[in-house]
Ligand binder design. Structure first.
Ligand SMILES: NC(=O)c1ccc[n+]([C@@H]2O[C@H](COP(=O)([O-])OP(=O)(O)OC[C@H]3O[C@@H](n4cnc5c(N)ncnc54)[C@H](OP(=O)(O)O)[C@@H]3O)[C@@H](O)[C@H]2O)c1
Length: 270
């Protein structure tokens, strides 16, 4: 497992890559931090990263909704690095209800992404913190059928399909505003919608050494019967310090899942 040792020089390099600079030599590519964050920083065109910070038992909150401090300090720094390397961060309205988040970059130096909330039914009142904290612009994604309210935000109204707003439409609407690199930060139902439509390039699962015992999980997909139907993405594992990170390549998994499933079945010791 490679260990991420971030320093000012590497971080400045990554922010430079975000602005279009290329690496100057091969030794830079060998740095685990460049290997992990470089593909996000250097991505051109559409790039969708999803991130979950969870406990050892796969929870992202207690049953009463306490979600603060699940990730350790290095897991939080990792999340803020990801925010700084993308152009927009997307959360579902459930996360705003539960956490009233700022979605800003505070643990590292870097630009704040535009904040995007999927609020299909216009549940937000306009009083939530992100509308009034003086931070990065806010975009609300709502159904054309939702009640019209006034917000301190750019409201995009989209047609709805069987399961609400189509993730493809969401990405296209953001692209029209110049936002191509996005971080889908949660919660479970919002990430699931993007996963089900095969639009996530990389999924980061950051695991902190605590056991909560019960509570919601970070990704909530429809149930499957057989493990052969499970997603088995290619994954790289990094030590962040306080937390362990799985960097999963979901697009690759979608392409190779059939072949991999065959190998997994053959290797089954049972
Ligand atoms: N640890 C972490 O990494 C992390 C990060 C973020 C949030 N969280 C935690 O996750 C929990 C919230 O998760 P959640 O799953 O309840 O909420 P959520 O995903 O933030 O929001 C869910 C809401 O958004 C709607 N929604 C999402 N995508 C939609 C789409 N494409 N079209 C229409 N509606 C859409 C859902 O509609 P439906 O009702 O129709 O499904 C639902 O009303 C909180 O406890 C929060 O603390 C943890």
């Amino acid at each position: 497992m490679r260990k991420i040792e971030m320093n000012d020089q590497v971080w400045t390099r990554l922010l430079g890559m975000r602005s279009g600079m290329t690496l100057s030599n091969k030794s830079e590519e060998a740095d685990p931090a460049i290997a992990l964050y470089g593909p996000i920083a250097a991505a051109s065109g559409r790039f969708v990263l999803a991130q979950v910070g969870q406990s050892l038992d796969g929870r992202v909150a207690t049953p009463t909704g306490d979600a603060r401090d699940i990730s350790g300090p290095d897991g939080i720094a990792h999340l803020h690095r990801c925010r700084a390397l993308v152009e927009a961060v997307i959360v579902g309205v459930g996360t705003v209800h539960c956490d009233d988040p700022q979605l800003s970059v505070r643990a590292v130096k870097g630009p704040n992404p535009v904040r995007v909330v999927v609020d299909c039914r216009a549940e937000l009142t306009g009083e939530e913190r992100l509308f009034h904290d003086g931070g990065a612009p806010v975009i609300l994604l709502q159904s054309i059928n939702a009640p019209q309210r006034s917000y301190k935000a750019d409201v995009i109204r989209l047609r709805t399909g069987d399961s609400g707003l189509e993730p493809q439409d969401i990405l296209e609407a953001l692209e029209k505003r110049g936002l191509q690199k996005v971080l889908v930060e949660g919660g479970a139902r919002t990430i699931a919608r993007f996963m089900q439509t095969g639009l996530i390039d990389h999924l980061h699962v950051s695991i902190a050494p605590l056991i909560i015992g019960s509570g919601p999980s970070g990704i909530s997909l429809p149930p499957i019967d057989a493990l052969s139907e499970a997603h088995r993405p290619a994954a790289r594992v990094f030590s962040l310090g306080s937390d362990i990170l799985f960097d999963c390549q979901l697009k690759l998994a979608a392409r190779s899942s059939a072949g991999e499933r065959e190998q997994i079945l053959m290797a089954d010791p049972a």
